[in-house]
Design a protein around this ligand. Structure first.
Ligand SMILES: [Zn+2]
Length: 297
């Protein structure tokens, strides 16, 4: 039970700590890894009372079980939290996946109509429109979408910087992070760390994509693009060049800060996403095994 209480306490402290580190200029990729690690640890802590009770009742005790009332009550509360989180979070994840799939399908068809070819990984879908727009979509293959209007307001090098920002979103699995953040917010939104995850993670993925693009194309080009396009819209299920915390992003680009944007940063961020996906899956598997062995005993 104490682990669960520690998890709840961490749920209040972690967002404060992550935002403080963000303000101090810590790399976005490192913070994405830290977010993933903390979210998976907190989910584990919340599930521990019910898992421990199942373990005690099913595997460790052949005779009558001597659980205290407090442990039993904690296990019941933990079970309710886990089941509600799984149902609400699972529904949200499925809803977002369907929305992304529909949007990706429309752009896939549009590319067929415009070029007569299937888009391949790394393809940019160029839309003939005068308004400068750029955004990326998750799917198979992930797509970067841009309008020809970009060339109306930027030179070739700046357009390349804008496209690099969007390619960074797809290559560094930023859409998955955003989906996971929305999922934990739906499932465990009563905890501040989960409730604030969508806004925090959207800010971090934009900073990470900026840093990645700036390393290859220079800070000033991306800064110029961001200033010009900061009010341009993108579809709800896409990640555009303009997004969360534009002022913070422009401040970082002006300060030429791009810590953690390289391969190591990318690996750290992927580790974070892996933890958020892997730990709940492992916990679910343990719970299923425990329940099945309990029923069979
Ligand atoms: Zn972006």
């Amino acid at each position: 039970m104490w682990w669960a209480l520690l998890g709840v306490a961490a749920g209040y402290l972690v967002p404060v700590a992550l935002r403080a580190l963000l303000r101090r200029g810590v790399g976005a990729a490192v913070l994405l890894c830290a977010w993933g690690a903390m979210v998976s640890l907190i989910v584990t802590a919340l599930a521990l009372p019910v898992l421990a009770e199942l373990l005690r009742r099913c595997w460790l005790s052949a005779g009558p079980v001597d659980s205290s009332r407090v442990d039993t009550a904690a296990a019941a509360v933990s079970a309710v939290i886990v089941v509600v989180a799984a149902v609400r979070g699972g529904w949200r994840f499925g809803h977002l996946s369907r929305m992304r799939h529909r949007l990706h399908g429309k752009h896939f068809e549009m590319n067929w109509l415009l070029t007569g070819q299937r888009p391949r990984p790394g393809t940019v879908v160029w839309l003939p429109a005068t308004e400068p727009l750029a955004y990326s979509l998750a799917g198979q293959p992930p797509l970067v979408v841009a309008t020809t209007g970009l060339y109306r307001v930027f030179d070739d090098a700046t357009v390349s910087a804008v496209l690099a920002h969007e390619h960074a979103h797809t290559a560094r699995r930023h859409h998955l992070f955003v989906s996971l953040a929305d999922t934990v917010a739906s499932g465990l939104g009563w905890l501040p760390v989960m409730r604030q995850s969508p806004s925090l993670v959207r800010t971090l993925v934009e900073l990470d994509a900026d840093a990645h693009a700036a390393r290859a194309h220079g800070h000033h080009r991306l800064l110029q693009a961001l200033r010009t396009m900061q009010h341009t819209p993108a579809p709800p299920a896409a990640l555009g060049i303009a997004g969360e915390c534009t002022q913070l992003r422009m401040a970082r680009l002006s300060a030429q800060s791009c810590g953690g944007a390289g391969r190591l940063g990318g690996a750290a961020a992927r580790l974070g996403a892996g933890l958020v996906l892997g730990v709940p899956a492992l916990l679910s598997l343990s719970a299923v095994i425990a329940v099945v062995s309990c029923t069979a005993a």
